[in-house]
Design a protein. Structure first.
Length: 460
């Protein structure tokens, strides 16, 4: 892919800033209307965009269609939001005063997305940014060029149909490039919020640059997601969740299940149920309707997986599966780890599931939280005390905490993101929109005197 030059980049950013000044004046419900139509445009283009996702990200059809569905859901969410961008009115301590807050558009939102969710993660940011009155500059993964072009085209078509000649053609602009362009964005004070999804390494490289200019950033970085399977859990349900969580998207979701923390009394039984479930998975070409596990994104990903498995073997962990079959196709691996070593604590973006044993729930929670990442988590148990403990303050330290469902495949209605090295950002649902706006705290005096807060008397 071509990378744009710095002067092209500067032009894009100047244009984005100018357009935002006009867009912020459009009433939010009208901004929402544009997203309503965009949702319909995506419904019409669902199959063609999914096809691009299948070619670029190598996802199977069901997952590719699901990803576009996520973007459609985001449009619906944003339409509702367009009439709910509200602030509070707060009791003032002074007579004849009113204290209130208002949310205003923020500016230009810089969006950086990864190869694995090239449409959905963009839509989380784009839909919120647009409904909140911002313009968007998007640096997509160079590995997902067709998806990016298809999304951009669907958006441009919508703007063209809904607001022809109103000057909003460039509300969304692309920043083509790699690391250097991402760094320009991180350094750029014209970008009011940088929302970046990708590896923890990428986040650690960009975060200090944004911090140096005291800019706002929202990071959604690596995960090392765990599932606790208790002796009180429904193992058959767990097996289904494990297979989707660990093997779906060929283990290349940030929410992929990577660690299985199993009560010692059900460890062997669970493993004996998992082995046939893994053995029955259909591998192959992602375009084949039967396939459940498609290829990894590229040779580098295959190599990283094989390296991790070699390290596991060197530690004498038992490795089930994991073979490199052909091209970028691999068999998902289950690794029986005897301790949560550095290897297990590291996110390898591939279908490797590490299994660990525990005897007490406190130990399971300690193991669970004993990794640098904090994205998604879950427990399988039908025991109320265990479930409530896991979701309590002393339980999982992740941003996403599930009971009796796997760690991946979140709905857009909740805030998505995680703690620790996952970066702390929250995207998509709940009140994530507030990050795409600036808050004004407003005090109005409608009386004829000037009382000061805290009862201070100053010269009267
Ligand atoms: C990602 O991998 O960056 O919860 C996002 C999920 C999806 C989003 C994953 N809805 O697995």
């Amino acid at each position: 892919m071509n990378s744009i030059t710095k002067s092209d980049y500067d032009q894009i950013l100047d244009k984005a800033a100018a357009i935002q000044c006009k867009w912020r004046e459009i009433p939010a419900p009208r901004r929402g209307e544009l997203l309503r139509v965009f949702g319909n445009q995506l419904r019409e283009s669902q199959e063609s965009i999914a096809h691009c996702i299948m070619s670029d990200a190598k996802k199977i059809q069901a997952e590719a269609l699901g990803e576009v569905q996520e973007a459609i859901d985001m449009c619906d969410f944003a339409v509702g939001l367009s009439r709910q961008l509200y602030g509070l009115t707060i009791a003032s301590e002074r007579p004849e005063h009113k204290l209130q807050e208002a949310y205003h558009p923020l500016g230009v939102i810089g969006v950086i997305t990864a190869f694995n969710f090239p449409c959905a993660v963009w839509s989380w940011n784009h839909c919120l940014a647009i409904v909140c009155g911002n313009s968007v500059v998007w640096k997509a993964s160079p590995k997902a060029l067709h998806v990016t072009a298809a999304c951009k085209q669907a958006w441009d078509q919508t703007v063209q149909n809904c607001m022809p000649g109103e000057g909003f053609e460039d509300l969304l602009q692309l920043v083509e490039g790699h690391k250097e362009q991402a760094e320009w964005m991180a350094d750029d004070a014209r970008i009011s919020l940088l929302s970046a999804t990708g590896s923890t390494g990428m986040g650690k490289a960009l975060a200090p640059r944004v911090a140096t200019r005291l800019g706002k950033a929202l990071f959604e970085l690596g995960g090392n997601n765990g599932m606790v399977v208790s002796q009180h859990g429904n193992l058959d349900l767990a097996v289904r969740a494990i297979v989707f969580g660990a093997v779906g998207t060929a283990g290349q979701r940030c929410t992929t299940l990577r660690r299985l923390i199993v009560h010692e009394s059900v460890y062997n039984e669970l493993l004996s149920k998992l082995k046939p479930a893994y053995a029955s998975l259909a591998f192959g070409d992602q375009f084949n309707a039967e396939t459940l596990v498609g290829p990894l994104i590229d040779e580098v990903a295959v190599e990283r997986m094989q390296n991790a498995l070699s390290s596991a073997r060197a530690k004498e962990y038992i490795v089930h599966g994991g073979e490199h079959l052909r091209d970028c196709l691999v068999r998902p691996a289950i690794v029986e780890a005897t301790e949560q070593c550095e290897l297990v604590r590291t996110e390898t973006f591939a279908p490797i599931l590490y299994m660990l044993k525990y005897s007490e729930l406190t130990e399971a929670i300690q193991l669970h939280n004993g990794v640098p990442q904090g994205l998604s988590s879950c427990i399988f148990t039908d025991n109320l005390q265990e479930a409530e403990t896991f979701i309590s303050a002393v339980g999982s330290d992740c941003g996403i905490v599930n009971v009796n469902i796997g760690p991946s495949g979140a709905e857009i209605g909740g805030a998505f993101g995680g703690e620790k090295e996952t970066g702390g950002g929250r995207e998509s649902g709940s009140d994530a929109w507030k990050q795409y706006m600036r808050r004004s705290t407003i005090t109005i005096n409608y009386g004829k005197s000037l009382p000061l807060a805290q009862g201070i008397k100053f010269g009267d």
